[in-house]
Ligand binder design. Structure first.
Ligand code: COA
Length: 302
C-alpha cells in the first residue's frame, strides 16, 4: 500500500454532452482527445490527455453538476486560460493563492466546478540561483548593447539593431520600464516596455509595447526571460498602464496573458498571428476595436 497515484479522473456530464465537452476541454482548453478503448466506446463520453494523466468525461442519465467536488488543472498560462474563459463568457471566481500559486474557479459547460491554478515554477530563478531583477541604470548601457547583439544574433532573423532601438527609445523618453537580470555581477538579461499610442473604442488608452527582450544565449531556458517579463508587467501595472502589446512567438507570450485574439481587434502595421495583447487589469472588458502604434523609434529601425 501507499504506492497509489492518480491515473485518471472522471467528470460526469449529461447524455449527449460529447460535442459540448469537445468544444470546452478540447477547443477552449486545448486538451487532446484520445480514443476510448473499443470495448467501452459504446457507452458514450470522451477522453482527454492531460500532461501525464487523463480526464474522462462520462455520461450519466440522472446527471447533476458537481458544485463542490472538483478537478484542479495546473497550467503555466493561468492568465491566458482565464482570458480565454472570460472571452467565451465563462464566469471566473478568484480564490486566495496556495503556497504562492495563484488560482481561480470556473465551470465547464455542464456546470461542473473546475479549478485552475498556476503550475509550480521551475527550479531556476525562483530557487534563488543568484539572479536579481532590477531597474536598468546608465552604467548598464554597454552591457545591454552587447547582450542584444549576442542574443538576437542567435535568432532566425539575426541582429536587427535592437541595441540602437533601446538607445533611441531612451533618447526619445519613450521607455516606461527597463529591467535587467543580473547574475554574478553581469547583465544576463534585459527587457523594455515602451510607450505606445493606443486608441480603443474611440478613446485613448495607455499602452506599452514589450520589446526588445533578450537573455544571454548561454542562459536561455532557465526562466530568466520569464522572470524579467513578469517583473516588467508588474511594474507596468503599478504605473496604471491599461494594455500591453508584443510582437513575438505565440508559443512563449501567452503564458503571461498575451492573446492574439485581443490584438486582432486593433489595426496595426504589425497585425498578424505574432501580434498579441493583454489587458493589464485582467477584469477589464476587452475593447471592441481600435488602433495601436509603437513608439516612433520602431519606425526608424533598419
Ligand atoms: C526569448 C528569450 C528572451 C527567452 O528568454 P529565456 O530566459 O530563455 O526564457 P525562459 O527560460 O523564461 O523561457 C524559455 C521558454 O521560452 C520558449 N521560447 C523562447 N523563445 C522562443 C521562441 N522564439 N519560440 C518559441 N519558444 C520560445 C522556450 O521554448 C521555453 O519554453 P518552455 O518554458 O515551454 O520550456 C531568449 O530566448 C532570447 O534572448 N532570445 C533571443 C532574443 C529574442 O528572440 N527575443 C524575443 C524577440 S520577440
Amino acid at each position: 500500500m501507499g504506492n497509489l497515484a492518480i491515473d485518471h479522473v472522471q467528470i460526469a456530464m449529461p447524455v449527449g454532452g460529447e460535442e459540448a465537452a469537445r468544444g470546452f476541454y478540447g477547443g477552449l482548453l486545448g486538451l487532446t482527445e484520445i480514443p476510448k478503448p473499443a470495448n467501452m466506446a459504446s457507452r458514450g463520453g470522451c477522453w482527454f490527455q492531460l500532461a501525464t494523466q487523463q480526464l474522462h468525461m462520462g455520461t450519466e442519465t440522472d446527471f447533476r453538476p458537481a458544485k463542490k467536488a472538483h478537478v484542479a488543472l495546473a497550467t503555466k498560462d493561468l492568465d491566458a486560460v482565464r482570458a480565454r474563459l472570460q472571452a467565451h463568457g465563462y464566469t471566473i471566481s478568484v480564490d486566495a493563492a496556495i503556497d504562492g500559486r495563484r488560482r481561480f474557479f470556473s465551470e465547464d459547460p455542464f456546470g461542473n466546478r473546475i479549478e485552475f491554478l498556476a503550475q509550480r515554477s521551475r527550479e531556476t530563478v525562483a530557487s534563488g540561483a543568484a539572479v536579481t531583477i532590477r531597474a536598468a541604470i546608465d552604467a548598464d548601457r554597454d552591457a545591454i548593447d552587447a547582450l542584444h547583439r549576442a542574443a538576437f544574433a542567435t535568432t532566425e532573423f539575426g541582429y536587427q539593431g535592437e541595441a540602437e532601438l533601446v538607445r533611441a527609445l531612451d533618447a526619445d523618453s519613450d521607455i516606461l520600464v527597463s529591467l535587467v537580470a543580473e547574475k554574478a555581477g553581469s547583465v544576463a538579461g534585459h527587457m523594455v516596455f515602451s510607450r505606445m499610442t493606443v486608441e480603443a473604442d474611440g478613446q485613448p488608452l495607455s499602452g506599452a509595447g514589450l520589446a526588445p527582450v533578450a537573455v544571454e544565449p548561454a542562459l536561455h531556458g532557465q526562466g530568466i526571460g520569464e522572470a524579467l517579463i513578469r517583473a516588467g508587467i508588474a511594474a507596468l501595472r503599478e504605473q496604471g498602464c491599461a494594455i500591453s502589446f508584443v510582437l513575438g512567438h505565440e508559443g512563449y507570450y501567452p503564458r503571461f496573458g498575451y492573446s492574439p485574439e485581443l490584438a486582432a481587434r486593433f489595426a496595426s502595421p504589425f497585425a498578424g498571428p505574432h501580434f498579441m495583447a493583454m489587458m493589464l487589469d485582467s477584469d477589464a472588458a476587452w475593447p471592441l476595436g481600435g488602433r495601436a502604434d509603437y513608439a516612433p523609434a520602431f519606425g526608424r529601425m533598419g
